[in-house]
Design a protein around this ligand. Structure first.
Ligand SMILES: Nc1nc2c(ncn2[C@@H]2O[C@H](COP(=O)(O)OP(=O)(O)OP(=O)(O)O)[C@@H](O)[C@H]2O)c(=O)[nH]1
Length: 310
């Protein structure tokens, strides 16, 4: 028997905290009489499980609106939770498409240090390569030598070209050079690593503005995507980062990493509910194939703990 956990198993791990809390909170409500007090309890349980007030209110409404038996079994309640969570997630489950014309599609990747940005860039590159796209990386995080080295190591490992510069070098210059090379060699997707200096917003904004100006000179449509990488283990903090990076960097979509192990998976639903921003993919580990677009219903059923009752 294989000991490597499957994607589904890792995902269950990432949502365990949320799911356990939810299931714990719903326990004892089996064969519940859905009177107002019980409905209040269910709604509170959902909010306590990080699902966000709007989803919780919709579940309450669904249970209260009379389409269901007044005596509902726990499985019935969980199925309603799963449906409503899926309804919140389905509109934001939007894989990154390569459709820029002219090529290359330029994807800026942003996020604080340690969020899993570098690993995510490698995983995205690998995902695009699997779809037969030509991929190039640009090491635009020149702030730390380690960041350049790490990205180069990944580029070699997955076999994609990379444009780098010296530590402390001009990120915009590297991006300019990368777009020129990508255009000349018929690359489809250029993924650009950028500095994660959230502690100095002004500098980060200036740097991103400069990258945008330089890109705009080569292709007014670029950057086509500005993807924010978020660490799901940081819970509420991940939501705060969306707020700040939206303002500072014009984020167009999200990737949530570390949705395995100790993640606070409910934050995915909270982010979907609060920002309605596309969530392009989720990461469940450190290997290149540990990143995928997500299936809203699969995640919803895991969160609601449906499978364990079937
Ligand atoms: N468990 C788990 N670990 C991950 C995941 N993605 C990244 N990591 C790990 O998180 C750590 C930080 O990832 P990096 O990709 O280096 O993050 P970064 O944001 O580029 O960070 P800096 O290089 O410090 O700027 C590394 O040890 C990764 O292996 C994931 O989905 N799950």
């Amino acid at each position: 028997m294989s000991t490597t956990p499957s994607w589904h198993q890792k995902l269950i791990g990432g949502f365990k905290r949320t799911s356990d809390k939810l299931v714990g909170n719903l326990a004892g409500l089996g064969a519940a009489r859905l009177d107002d007090a019980t409905l209040d309890e269910i709604e509170e349980a959902l909010i306590a499980s990080d699902l966000g007030p709007a989803t919780a209110a919709r579940v309450r409404q669904r249970l209260a609106d009379g389409q269901f038996e007044r005596n509902m079994e726990e499985l019935g309640i969980r199925l309603v939770v799963a449906e409503e969570v899926a309804r919140a997630l389905a509109p934001v489950a939007e894989p990154l498409e390569v459709d820029a014309f002219p090529r290359p599609q330029v994807i800026l990747v942003i996020g604080v240090n340690g969020s899993g940005k570098t690993t995510t860039i490698a995983k995205l590159a690998s995902m695009f390569m699997e779809q037969d796209y030509g991929v190039m990386l640009a090491a635009g995080d020149t702030f730390r030598a380690a960041a350049i080295g790490q990205l180069r190591t990944w580029a070699e490992r997955i076999g994609v070209p990379i444009v780098t510069g010296p530590e402390g070098g001009d990120a915009a210059g590297i991006v300019y050079e990368a777009v020129k090379q990508a255009t000349a060699t018929g690359i489809d997707v250029l993924i650009v690593d950028t500095a994660g200096r959230l502690q100095n917003k002004r500098e980060l904004m200036d740097e991103l503005a400069k990258i945008r100006r330089v890109l705009g000179r080569l292709n007014p449509e670029a950057p086509h995507d500005v993807v924010l990488v978020l660490d799901a283990t940081t819970g509420q903090n991940a939501l705060n980062q969306i707020e700040v990076f939206k303002e500072v960097a014009g984020v167009t979509g999200l990737v949530m990493t570390k949705l395995d192990g100790t993640a606070r998976g409910g934050v995915l639903v909270a982010a979907a509910e609060k920002y309605g921003m596309p969530i392009h993919a989720i990461g469940v580990g450190e290997k290149v194939d540990d990143l995928r677009p997500f299936d809203a219903m699969e995640v919803a059923r895991i969160i609601a703990g449906v499978e364990e009752l079937l």
